[in-house]
Write a protein that binds this ligand. Structure first.
Ligand code: PLP
Length: 272
């Protein structure tokens, strides 16, 4: 992994007093690199700005991100680029410094295509870990991800590919690192992300491109879906072929989603 500092840090060193480390006081974006560009970059930056507004965090000048990582990725067709922005160094205690100096850096990593045990699609586990309700943080990609860390620790090995997460009232919110769509009563539905979860940029593309209903969905209703797929901005859309103990067929909506993401510039995983 290559670290590229933008501001407030040098080489691969971040100050131990950084509020990102102390409180998770910051934001991130995980983006795909493909053939010399970052698909959906505008949408990533839009979500970053929304997060900055919610956290009252003044974003530093980030520059041309694709241009910054370009020399590192010369001749690399696919990679993952993670942008991290924090409020920077602070004193002890939660109060923000009067004039925060944000920290920003990029992490450039290799791209590992998904390789599920069944190449037709993903096997999902119902996570025990719940997502807490916090409308102020819902939708944004802040760097507090302990719920996802706990949820991901619920399985090991290669039988399960992803976990589905619910809020405390048993409404489905999203997968551990993906958003989720389901066909319910013949309609394509994605859970509302207004009280918990991350509003993914891939999800946003699909909400623009397809006929999608956004609403609360209970776990019981979700379990009756005739088709389920996941999406994120690194791996695109993937059909779900097993949900808990139930087998599902990869269906036409997952294919339509993958095609819509490809049209928006996000190619499918290599080999698919
Ligand atoms: C918790 C969570 N939800 C949803 C997503 C999907 O978001 P995006 O489409 O922006 O990659 C991610 C991506 O990593 C995530 O970590």
């Amino acid at each position: 992994m290559t670290v590229i500092p933008i501001t407030g840090c040098s080489d691969d060193r971040v100050d131990p007093r950084d509020r990102g480390l102390a409180y998770g006081d910051g934001l991130f974006e995980t983006m795909r690199w493909h053939d010399g560009r970052i698909p959906l970059l505008d949408r990533h930056l839009q979500r970053l700005r929304l997060g900055a507004q919610r956290l009252a965090l003044a974003l530093p000048e980030l520059g041309d991100i694709a241009g910054i990582v370009g020399p590192t990725l010369d001749r690399v067709s696919d990679a993952v680029v993670k942008l991290v922005v924090t409020r920077g160094v602070g004193r002890r205690g939660y109060a923000s410094p009067d004039t925060p100096q944000p920290t920003a850096f990029l992490l450039v990593d290799s791209f590992a295509p998904r390789r599920p045990m069944d190449p037709r699609g993903l096997t999902l586990h119902w996570c025990e870990t719940r997502l807490a309700i916090q409308p102020l943080l819902a939708g944004i990609k802040h760097i507090n991800r302990l719920e996802q860390v706990l949820a991901r620790a619920e399985w090991a090995g290669s039988v399960i590919d992803e976990g589905l997460m619910c809020d405390p009232s048993d409404h489905v919110v999203c997968a551990v690192s993906n958003n989720v769509f389901a066909v319910l009563d013949g309609c394509l539905v994605t859970p509302a992300i207004d009280h918990a979860g991350v509003a993914g940029v891939a999800r946003a593309v699909l909400m623009d491109a397809l006929d999608v209903i956004v609403r609360q969905v209970s776990r019981a209703e979700f379990a009756s879906a005739t088709e389920v797929f996941l999406c994120n901005a690194v791996h695109g859309a993937w059909p779900v072929i097993r949900l808990g103990g139930r087998a599902l067929d990869p269906g036409p909506m997952a294919r339509a989603a993958a095609a819509a993401l490809a049209t928006a510039g996000l190619p499918p995983d290599i080999d698919r």
